[in-house]
Design a protein around this ligand. Sequence first.
Ligand SMILES: Cc1cc2nc3c(=O)[nH]c(=O)nc-3n(C[C@H](O)[C@H](O)[C@H](O)COP(=O)(O)OP(=O)(O)OC[C@H]3O[C@@H](n4cnc5c(N)ncnc54)[C@H](O)[C@@H]3O)c2cc1C
Length: 553
Amino acid sequence: MNTEADVIVVGSGLAGLVATYELTRAGRRVVIVDQENQNNLGGQAFWAEGSLFLVDSPEQRLLGIKDSRELALSDWLASAGHDRDSEDRWARRWAEAYVDFAAGEKRDYVYRLGLRLLPLVGWIERGEGTATGHGNSVPRLHYTWGSGPEVVRTFRKPVLAAATRGLVTFKYRHRVDELVIEGGAAVGVRGAVLEPSREPRGVPSSRKETGRFEIRAQAVLIASGGMGANHDLVRAHWPTDRLGPAPATMLTGVPAHVDGRMLQITERAGGSVVNLDRMWFYNEGMKNWAPVWPGHGVRLLPGPSPLWLDATGRRLPPPLFPSHASLATLRHLRSTGHDHSWFIMTHSMVDKEFALSGSDQNPDLTGKNCLLLLQRFKKSTMAPVRAFIENGEDILVSRTLSELVEGMNALTPEPLLDYARVEREVVARDRQVANDYGKDMQLMAVRNARAYLPEKAVRITAPHRLLDPAHGPLVAVRLRLLTRKTLGGVQTTLGSQVVRPDGTTFDGLYAAGEAAGFGGGGVHGYNALEGTFLGGCIFSGRVAGRTLAHDLA
Ligand SMILES: Cc1cc2nc3c(=O)[nH]c(=O)nc-3n(C[C@H](O)[C@H](O)[C@H](O)COP(=O)(O)OP(=O)(O)OC[C@H]3O[C@@H](n4cnc5c(N)ncnc54)[C@H](O)[C@@H]3O)c2cc1C
């Protein structure tokens, strides 16, 4: 089958939508091809809580945060640690361009399309304790009013409007299996038409083929996302040298369509795919008690206060505190020889610090509901948090530490926790709470974070004893690794054109979003500062759309 269009966009996720928005603004005709049905329009972004990394924004200034492009770039480059001559050649330049965007046009770009932010800025990935190392020096996480679905709406609306003008054609249930290359240039895609599916969003769909298709255009844009749902690929690229062995079991933080196939297809066609050994995992995964996709895990987005113990009850060393340094913590946890770790919290900590990642877990933001938003002051009253505490298989509540540890031991195949060791850690930590100063670095970090008033008000409890019954009952959470983002991907120029392994550009082939490592094949390098993925899709989708609109005949 032949369909006339200027550009074929593979993937109807955020990056594909943004690129299509830009292309149609320039009057270009686009065919969007996606293996899933139309219920999945917007891809992963729909599931996101919609947090966006912005620099020196009006929201930050209102809250007295002194941020700047220079500080953000220094944080970004220190976190990224781009250290590969060839693979990071474009990624490094994308990093600078992206920080410029986040400190400049990004907010206006989405505001013009109706997206609004809460006047609250969160602080996450606070770093490893050095000014020159990984981490956000200041809060930069901006919350979209309407969360991920609103981010999707922002670009879906003009794209659907362009479709009614005949500029966009959607080809759902069309799975691309091959790029059509002629005379060294990408001129189209080929693949399988999959049987119709009525599955709701995020639910895996049938892969039964009912026919073949071929579509041709002047150029092809790959916007097919990463590989987080494909554990075989994750394991194949797992960086054992840096992180230690991969866990035997992992939870899955993305829908099944995040399968990484297009990365392999692009590589087979001659595109350069780089840095796939850089992935962004979360250590705080809990099994979703009401799963949508196979192995569905939800991230506990913790405040900095929980006591973090490894599987045997040893406290994690400084500066590996909750919400400080994801990959450094993962490296440590992999060295313990066990696949899980534990948070021990008080109920007061749950009330202020127990947040869950995802639009479905944040109905106040997603539904733009001000009354529900007030419940953030007491998170245990929020329905999704309550439901997790009541139904989640990884959560235990108990009045006494001994009962709690007994329950924790009963939850794992082997009773790995020695009560005396856990009690020693808890009591020693509790002794440090008596004064407003002390030698416990986690408590110092908590006090420092509370110097930022919004976090003090809604996010971080005043330091208190874990064994203080007034803050009870005690809560333990078993944590496992959750796959999420692919930081590497298809290598592109600053104009989103795919590069070949010899460094030359690939005519007619472009890439954006997670498939392109959020720009250039790995804009984040080794570490992310968070809220940078949706923004990375917006930025790289915008660049790809504008470049194509300008360059095509
Ligand atoms: C629960 C959750 C919470 C998140 N929270 C945040 C957040 O708050 N802030 C943030 O910055 N980021 C967040 N993210 C990450 C962010 O949402 C994703 O990185 C981003 O949406 C990826 O968009 P994309 O367009 O690159 O790819 P995707 O959304 O994965 O879309 C790719 C599309 O391509 C299609 N496709 C793939 N292969 C083929 C093929 N061979 N043929 C046809 N179609 C194909 C897929 O079906 C899919 O529809 C979150 C992600 C999740 C899952």
